[in-house]
Design a protein around this ligand. Structure first.
Ligand code: TRP
Length: 320
């Protein structure tokens, strides 16, 4: 089947290995077989912070990450919220399709509120999943490669699509989520790997930075390395990470390391990660920032055309 694939990221900091094994690797595969849109979700940056911060810098860094992992601008439309007003306009009718109660019980939103440093929770925090429905539906997306934390948002999108179609006649497909090999990778402190929690390995980190990050990872005092996610989350997290990079089962690595202890585990993991990321980092270093910006301008123009068509269809269906 031919899909329209849509996915994206907030430009809040460098992409890391959690993103890679959660969703990025899938994208690189999918671009060869399907029409694909990748969103730089710049308006979503202000869900959990007051200011967009170094937004231009972060957007450029995100584009560099995308091209470094192998997204091909000849195949993929890369675009940003703030350049596509027609997409954003879908938010208003979509908001009318969901209840406050539904917005308030979104588990990912609840978790983000828990980890937010803001003193007040904004209205956008509760409504951005509906905006995300506009992201996915503006191009009639049918497949959404994401990590586990995004599943509730894809559910909101499915709800919005179904309800819109029921009320106004069929306009939208009901999209499906697609999770990667490791939909929720553990960070170096045993919690969920996340930009904002300082426990991640950025794709663009240098080899030395990677080694330093892994050296500081939380493990335990038991010298014998075993894979036990329940009782040894730190050790198992590193084994999982090394396993993904080496494409080998973590239990097998544990047996090999045996009595080598945390030191051996960390050196194996560091080598695995650095070997895995070397070609990606090399490609990133060779990219030209000006050319990368031009990719975004082109993607924006294409996305705008697509969004205008959908918005017109929505207006017609609703009788405006
Ligand atoms: N919320 C996603 C994240 O934080 C980014 C995102 C925005 C997204 N819009 C999307 C992902 C649409 C998939 C589809 O990573």
């Amino acid at each position: 089947m031919n899909h329209v694939v849509l996915t994206g990221d907030r430009p809040t900091g460098p992409l890391h290995l959690g993103h890679y094994f959660g969703s990025l690797a899938n994208r690189v595969e999918l671009q060869h077989r399907h029409r694909m849109y990748v969103l730089v979700a710049d308006y979503q940056v202000i869900t959990d912070r007051d200011l967009p911060g170094e937004i231009q810098r972060n957007i450029t860094e995100l584009l560099l990450d995308y091209l470094a992992i192998g997204l091909d601008p000849a195949k993929v439309m890369i675009f940003q919220h703030s350049a596509v007003p027609e997409l954003n306009q879908l938010l208003l009718p979509f908001l009318s399709l969901v209840s406050m109660a539904e917005l308030q019980r979104n588990p990912t939103v609840k978790d983000e509120i828990l980890h937010s440093s803001q003193s007040a929770v904004s209205g956008l925090m509760f409504t951005y999943p509906v905006h995300q429905a506009a992201d996915i539906l503006f191009c009639k997306g049918t497949l959404v490669p994401v990590g586990r934390d995004q599943l509730p948002h894809v559910e909101v999108t499915r709800l919005v699509a179904r309800r819109f179609n029921e009320r106004y006649g069929t306009v939208f497909p009901v999209p499906e989520a697609m999770m990667g090999a490791q939909p929720s990778l553990k960070g170096l402190d045993g919690g969920k790997m996340s930009k904002s929690r300082g426990n991640s390995i950025p794709l663009k980190a240098t080899e030395d930075e990677t080694a330093a990050l892994i050296r500081r990872a939380v493990t335990d005092a038991d010298r014998r390395i075993t894979f036990d996610e329940e009782r040894r989350p730190g050790v198992s997290g590193l084994l999982t990470l090394a396993g993904l990079c080496l494409d080998r089962p973590p239990r097998e690595l544990a047996e090999e390391i045996g009595d080598g202890g945390a030191a051996r585990l960390k050196s194996v993991t560091t080598d695995a990660v650095n070997d895995f990321l070397r070609p990606i980092r090399k490609r990133r270093a060779d990219l030209d920032e000006g050319a990368v910006r031009a990719v975004l301008r082109e993607g924006n123009a294409t996305a705008r055309e697509r969004a205008a068509l959908t918005l017109e269809e929505v207006r017609q269906a609703m009788g405006f």
